[in-house]
Write a protein that binds this ligand. Sequence first.
Ligand SMILES: NC(=O)c1ccc[n+]([C@@H]2O[C@H](COP(=O)([O-])OP(=O)(O)OC[C@H]3O[C@@H](n4cnc5c(N)ncnc54)[C@H](O)[C@@H]3O)[C@@H](O)[C@H]2O)c1
Length: 428
Amino acid sequence: MSQVLHSLPSYLQADQLGPWGIFLQQVDRVTPYLGDLSRWVETLTRPKRILVVDVPIQLDDGSIAHFEGYRVQHNTSRGPGKGGVRFHQDVTLSEVMALSAWMSIKNAAVNVPFGGAKGGIRVDPRRLSRGELERVTRRYTSEIGLIIGPTKDIPAPDVNTNEQVMAWMMDTYSMNVGENATGVVTGKPIDLGGSLGRREATGRGVFTVGQEAAARIGLELKGARIAVQGFGNVGSVAARLFAEAGARVVAVQDHAGTVYREAGLDIPALLDHVRRHGSVLDFPGAEALAQDSFWDVDCEILIPAALEQQITEANAGRIKARLVIEGANGPTTPAADDILHERGVLVLPDVIANAGGVTVSYFEWVQDFSSFFWSEDEINARLIKIMRDAFAAVWQVAEQHRVSLRTATFIIACQRILRARDLRGLYP
Ligand SMILES: NC(=O)c1ccc[n+]([C@@H]2O[C@H](COP(=O)([O-])OP(=O)(O)OC[C@H]3O[C@@H](n4cnc5c(N)ncnc54)[C@H](O)[C@@H]3O)[C@@H](O)[C@H]2O)c1
């Protein structure tokens, strides 16, 4: 067990490792394939820097509220930290640590010149007014301003944060340093140095690698049945692109309900329904399913694109799909991963499948530095090339070592990270 192999820092409890414990198990699985670089492997099991901040704001009623904020820089051997900021009432240090580590792996897997980082505030943004949300964002940005910056660590949106939150972060940081620093965050509005194609990038990446994987296992996309969990930024774009390629999106689940239609759901109409009603619930012409029945749906492709730890020992045996494409971060537990593997279900892991977002974030950062902006076609073409090349490399390593695509992605990424570490050497 990882808990025994890795000596834990004093701020973690062995019996409460949470998502970080999953990452440690993934490191254990890759270690035998690292050769001489394995002497550096403990680098991966200790984040480089963790900042925990208090975020006090005045609420609209005049009272003061304090929120817990984090920024974790897992590894910066290959470049500045890069990773989103999540606003959620259940955010924990373990979760932010794991998400920051998966960013290190993802950035190395698609070979963009970033390390891995992640941030979060333990707050339910739905309970804040717009003014309160802005104050939380600005105070948090000031607090973590010590360690972020265009060449140090570049945040981006994640769950419950969006272009507006990025605009406030950019403005706050710029005010504090006394210059316009558009490159301090990505996922900004187009009018403030954002990139065309960024909003759709993660879903487009999911579709691109899904297409490649389907071709390798002889799965025809035309007519293939697809089930999607999560119909937000990632899930809705992936569903639309698969539907446009002729697949039938038969089931969609979000936080409020599950809808099913054997002939395929009309995705543009479903998007419109969600825009007007806030969820997929009561979508006309579709059958409503109980939330748990989603996992029993007959389909060829399953796309978890909502939250962590959705595919578990409890439901992995029920999944009918031949291919699982992880749009979300960490949706499959290691035990469920093993069950799917034994049942011959191919899992396209998050660390490659949802890397499209950070790839276009990289393009946004490059465009901000040069203040020269590319067309959407250029961005999509470059994104698709990077995703296809990264997928091909992962597939080849998986065949060579007879390992899962997840372990293969970790092999490629950890070798890149630790090679950089080895070349740089230890300072001083
Ligand atoms: N946005 C990006 O660029 C990006 C990039 C990489 C990874 N991701 C990951 O993808 C996942 C989704 O992110 P997003 O940006 O699409 O978020 P989002 O907030 O836009 O959408 C989340 C969706 O999940 C649904 N959902 C929430 N709780 C659920 C539950 N219990 N059961 C079923 N559905 C539920 C919501 O209703 C919503 O449809 C997250 O794991 C995120 O870390 C996002």
